[in-house]
Design a binder for this molecule. Structure first.
Ligand SMILES: NC(=O)c1ccc[n+]([C@@H]2O[C@H](COP(=O)([O-])OP(=O)(O)OC[C@H]3O[C@@H](n4cnc5c(N)ncnc54)[C@H](O)[C@@H]3O)[C@@H](O)[C@H]2O)c1
Length: 361
């Protein structure tokens, strides 16, 4: 029996949220998920991703279509359910869009978090796992990056929302020792659940490498655009630490277990493999395991993109007892299974016009 029984998952219909829900249910937690469908597919009955998460686990999820900017809605959910801990995924995350619409990003990500924290405090729920990002490190001063690397010199608005929230959480945990928060700095999540039933299907225009590459492999897009092949790396393309989304999900269960038996105030952990892989290498592995050919087009570097970034994941291994298990080959194979089983993503029906806040699952 896990120490925290009922977990509120914000952004639960999204990519990482829906995969994490599967692991939470398998670990014996009860899940209340909320999402406003800003970047997730919905149908007449709610979230197809969460319906499939129920199918995978044989367990039930309570789902609310709700917006973190709507305080009464969120408050009602806390009034109704004895929530032990919150995993806060809900955020807008497109770097390019964040530069064009900074107010939207500050409002959604910062105000959403403020509302949530206030409601949690009012309901005496002080346990939280927060989705942060390696973006908070900015241009690395050394590699691999440890959690003590300086943060804050960030080149985009999205990353700054994560940085500001971490600063806010520092202040909060310093002011009131009841708070018990783990901020997980994700590196580059890719892949899909091995069943092929759930995967990444954003509703906003996406530029993430793996979904784009899979669309090229399917012939839905003509060519994969690679931004920069003149970086100071062995093959000239940028290097990232790709992590399988199911490894990322298990990192959240490990963080919950840790919070359940430790009072940490605020602690920060990197979730990555500790291995850097170049864009070119990833494309080659993808081509090999999927037996497809990806035409590449090299264009200029994107402003703000960094050369190389990978994690030192020692702290999570030593303290949370967590490490990644899945390989780059498995990331590609599992994503390809999802993409070929669902070439158009989740079945899309017309979006509901009314907001239902009554626990329809
Ligand atoms: N995917 C990545 O590469 C990556 C890397 C580092 C950190 N993160 C962070 O992890 C979290 C999850 O990312 P993801 O890839 O699953 O993104 P996602 O867009 O698939 O999921 C986020 C979900 O939150 C929902 N949402 C947004 N604003 C909301 C609001 N105000 N109220 C209710 N729901 C809202 C969206 O509809 C979406 O379903 C985000 O906080 C993101 O910033 C993601």
């Amino acid at each position: 029996m896990p120490r925290f029984k009922t977990i509120l998952v914000t952004g639960g219909a999204g990519y990482i949220g829906s995969h994490c829900v599967v692991d939470l249910l398998n670990a014996g937690h009860d899940v209340i998920a909320i999402d406003n469908f800003a970047n997730a597919v919905c149908d007449e009955e709610g979230s197809p991703a969460l319906k499939r998460a129920q199918q995978i686990t044989g367990k039930k999820i309570v789902f609310y279509e709700a917006d973190l900017l709507n305080k009464p809605q969120i408050n009602d959910i806390f009034d109704k359910h004895p929530i032990d801990c919150v995993i806060h995924f809900a955020a807008l995350k497109a770097v390019g869009e964040s530069m064009q619409q900074p107010l939207l990003y500050y409002q959604n990500n910062l105000l959403g978090m403020l509302n949530l924290l206030e409601i949690m405090r009012n309901h005496e729920c002080y346990q939280m796992v927060f989705s942060s990002s390696c973006t908070v490190y900015g241009e690395p001063e050394y590699l691999p990056i440890t959690e003590t690397h300086p943060t804050g010199s960030i080149t985009n608005v999205y990353g700054r929302t994560k940085y500001f929230i971490e600063e806010m959480l520092k202040d909060l945990s310093a002011a009131d020792e009841k708070w018990n928060i783990i901020s997980l700095r994700y590196f580059n999540p890719v892949g899909a659940h091995p069943s092929g039933l759930i995967g990444e299907d954003p509703t906003k225009e996406f530029t993430n490498l793996m979904p784009f590459m899979a669309q090229v492999a399917l012939g839905k897009k003509p060519v994969l655009t690679v931004f920069g092949n003149d970086y100071n790396t062995p093959d000239g393309t940028g290097i990232r630490d790709y992590i399988h989304v199911m490894d990322l999900a298990s990192g959240h269960v490990a963080a919950l277990n840790y919070l359940g038996s430790n009072q940490v105030g605020l602690k920060v952990y990197n979730l990555g493999t500790g291995r850097g892989v170049s864009v070119k290498e990833l494309v080659e592995v993808f081509e090999r395991v999927t037996e497809t050919k990806i035409p590449l087009k090299y264009v200029d570097r994107r402003l703000g993109d960094i050369t190389a970034m990978w994690a030192d994941a020692t702290l999570a291994r030593e303290e949370l007892g967590w490490s990644t298990k899945l390989t780059i080959e498995e990331m590609c194979t599992d994503f390809w299974r999802w993409q070929t089983m669902n070439p158009d993503g989740y079945p899309k029906k017309s979006k509901k016009t009314s907001v239902i806040v009554n626990g329809n699952s």
